[in-house]
Design a binder for this molecule. Structure first.
Ligand code: NAD
Length: 379
């Protein structure tokens, strides 16, 4: 069947790879050490606005996680190496440090963040810093700080300096009372994790700042992301990355979710492409500011079967993590991303699109074939 063939290609690839019409009236401005206040939008201290004819100058926060380095690589090819700055609170490995601009930035340090934006004349801010679902549940106070207070810092700085701001949301922004198959853009959102609560908060605050202050806020709800070159950061979908690494390294994989747990997933290249396309979409094409994006949906046992087609000796066992399982059971099984496709042309170029079946992209298939000739670089 076509979707099975496409799903196999993704498995192979991972194995073989290394606003509304309101006019903005005021802009929220937080001066250092003071509470937020409001000034008119033509206040003279504003930095130079982003001009569509210039390359954007991009800052990525939390850039050393699963997604940031790949996004930086893609954006640097497009806009030039020096126009994309990675930042994080961790020390970068040598090859990342030498591959382009890197800067220390703690998103909880408002003054530092503002200084970076001003000194580097940043025009796009991609806000990747976060504590993910499983890690967040193990340290709720820190997750609240990083995911909510950090977001407030980013929102104020983005509004003050006229930035285009991208903040990713997640399947985790939905909860047990949301429709699960498929989950539409607009429905009940009552998540039961601090991660999910913080992401709904981010969606709503971003949209509020857009309507209230004209902030160019853009948000995609990512499915679980599969990558080979970068490790996941403590989310409920981590198993779908770990299986590839463990299969190559040890030939054994212990899964912490039940075999039939179906969740939306996406290959990293498609996630990053969607992010760039959404950031470049003309504002008048966006009828909303937060969109679902979909690619495929599968369960651990289906993924294991696909990996076993490449590595028949792989042994898969199950030891259920009750916290992760409870989270997964409350999440969407499949996303309805029709608004993204209709508004700004999101397209996974699927060989088969069915509400509960895996599918993939032809571009991913092409890259998979290329990588087949490059050798195994997963582990
Ligand atoms: N990876 C996925 O499957 C997935 C799915 C849906 C949404 N997302 C979202 O995409 C974004 C990036 O995800 P990821 O997988 O790369 O996350 P990750 O956990 O791998 O990386 C997050 C990064 O944030 C950094 N960080 C933590 N505290 C910080 C602070 N105080 N200041 C600055 N940086 C800090 C960490 O050091 C880490 O490098 C997140 O917002 C996440 O919620 C990811």
């Amino acid at each position: 069947m076509p979707f099975i063939r496409a799903f196999s290609k993704v498995a192979k690839q991972a194995l073989l790879s290394p606003g509304c019409g309101c006019q903005p009236i005021t802009v929220a401005v937080r001066t250092i050490s003071f509470s937020p206040r409001q000034v008119t939008s033509d206040a003279s201290f504003h930095s130079v606005s982003f001009s569509e004819t210039d390359h954007p100058k991009v800052l990525i926060t939390g850039g050393l996680g699963q997604l940031g380095v790949g996004l930086a690589t893609m954006l640097r090819k497009r806009f030039g190496n020096n126009n994309v700055i990675l930042s994080d609170i961790r020390k970068p490995p040598s090859h990342i440090f030498h591959s382009g601009p890197f800067i220390y930035s703690d998103i909880l340090d408002y003054k530092n963040l503002r200084e970076i934006v001003v000194n580097n004349r940043i025009t796009w801010l991609v806000h990747y810093s976060a504590l993910l679902s499983a890690v967040g549940e193990s340290n709720v106070a820190l997750a609240r700080d990083v995911n909510i207070t950090g977001l407030h810092n980013v929102l104020d700085i983005a509004a003050e300096h006229g930035l285009r701001l991208f903040v990713p949301s997640t399947i985790g922004a939905f909860g047990p009372t949301s429709p699960r198959n498929p989950t539409p853009d607009l429905c009940v959102q009552r998540p039961r994790t601090i991660y999910g609560v913080s992401k709904v908060h981010a969606e709503l605050m971003g949209e509020y700042y857009h309507h209230r202050y004209g902030l160019d806020f853009r948000c995609l709800r990512y499915p679980g992301i599969i990558s080979a070159d970068s490790q996941p950061g403590g989310g409920t979908t981590d198993y779908a990355v770990a299986i590839f690494h463990d299969a190559v390294k040890t030939g054994k994989f212990e899964c912490n979710l039940k075999p039939d747990t179906r969740l939306p997933m996406m290959y990293i290249d498609d996630c990053l492409r969607a992010t760039v396309e959404m950031m470049e979409a003309p504002a008048d094409t966006l009828s909303m500011r937060t969109y679902n994006i979909n690619a495929m949906s599968f369960s651990p046992e289906e993924l294991a079967q696909e990996v076993q087609k490449q590595l028949p000796d792989l042994e898969v066992t199950y030891d259920i993590d009750q916290v992760r399982q409870a989270i997964a059971d409350s999440w969407p099984m499949n996303f309805d991303d029709s608004n993204a496709r209709n508004d700004w042309g999101w397209n996974t170029t699927t060989t088969s699109r069915s509400s509960s079946r895996p599918c993939s992209t032809t571009s991913a298939q092409t890259r998979a074939s290329q990588r087949l000739t490059e050798g195994k670089e997963v582990a």
